[in-house]
Design a protein around this ligand. Structure first.
Ligand code: GAR
Length: 216
C-alpha cells in the first residue's frame, strides 16, 4: 500500500508513520509527502527519510478547487492508495474528497465528536472535561465528522495548560495513527455507514487505547 501524507507543520505524526513503515509495523510505504507551507519541519523529515517531498503553497493557487486539483494530480502521480492528513491545516474540497472517497484519514487532538475544528485542546480545557484524547477518522465533507477508526483517552490534570495537555495527547497520537494505518494496510477496516468495523480484532480491541495514567 502506498501512502500520501499531507502536512503543514512540525510533522511529528508524519515521523511516527515514517518510522512505522521503516520498522514494518505498518506494512506500507510512504510514496509522497505534500506540504502547503514552505520551510516546515515536515519537509525536512521527508527528505531525511528519502521520501519524495512536494511543496504546494496554497496561496499560489487562484482558489481551493485549483489547489485541490493539483493535490489530486500529485497524489495520483505517486500512485497513492491512502491519503493521511497529519497536521494539514487546510479544509479539503469536493475535488479531493471525490477522487479519494473513503480513502483519506485524519488525526484530530480530541475525542470526537467533541471539539471539532481549530484549537481542539483549548476547547477541551475551556469546557472543563476530565478526559481528553485523540481520534483517527475517515475524512468526509464535514469538519472532523467522518467515521471513527481509533481513539485514545488522556486525563486532564488540574495543572494542565494547553501546551502540557497537547503534548500528552501527541504521545497518544503517535501510537494511534500508525496503528490505524497498519489496520488499514492489513485490510481490516470496513466502513459501514457512520461506523467502522475492525475485523479480526482480539478480545482486547486494539482501537481503543488509554494513556497509562488512566489504566493504572
Ligand atoms: C496534531 O496534534 C494533530 O492532531 C493536529 O495538529 C497537530 C500536528 O502535529 N491536527 C489538527 O488539529 C487537525 N484539525 P504534527 O505536525 O507534529 O504531527
Amino acid at each position: 500500500m502506498r501512502i500520501g501524507i499531507l502536512a503543514s507543520g512540525t510533522g511529528s505524526n508524519l515521523q511516527a508513520i515514517l518510522d512505522g513503515c521503516a520498522s514494518r509495523s505498518i506494512p506500507a510505504e510512504v510514496a509522497v509527502v505534500i506540504c502547503n507551507i514552505p520551510g516546515v519541519k515536515a519537509l525536512q523529515r521527508a527528505e531525511s527519510a528519502r521520501v519524495p517531498a512536494v511543496l504546494l503553497p496554497h496561496q499560489k493557487f487562484p482558489n481551493r478547487e485549483e489547489f485541490d486539483r493539483e493535490l489530486v494530480l500529485t497524489l495520483q502521480e505517486h500512485r497513492v492508495d491512502l491519503v493521511c492528513l497529519a497536521g494539514f491545516m487546510r479544509l479539503l474540497g469536493p475535488v479531493l474528497l471525490r477522487a479519494f472517497h473513503n480513502r483519506i484519514l485524519n488525526i484530530h487532538p480530541s475525542l470526537l465528536p467533541a471539539f471539532p475544528g481549530l484549537h481542539a485542546v483549548r476547547q477541551a480545557l475551556t469546557a472543563g472535561v476530565r478526559v481528553a484524547g485523540c481520534t483517527v477518522h475517515v475524512v468526509d465533507e464535514g469538519t472532523d465528522t467522518g467515521p471513527i477508526l481509533i481513539q485514545a483517552a488522556v486525563p486532564v490534570l488540574d495543572s494542565d495548560t494547553e501546551e502540557t495537555l497537547a503534548a500528552r495527547i501527541l504521545v497518544q497520537e503517535h501510537r494511534c495513527y500508525p496503528r490505524a494505518i497498519a489496520l488499514w494496510a492489513e485490510g481490516r477496516v470496513q466502513i459501514e455507514g457512520r461506523r467502522v468495523r475492525i475485523t479480526g480484532a482480539g478480545p482486547r480491541p486494539d482501537h481503543t487505547l488509554s494513556s497509562p495514567e488512566l489504566t493504572d
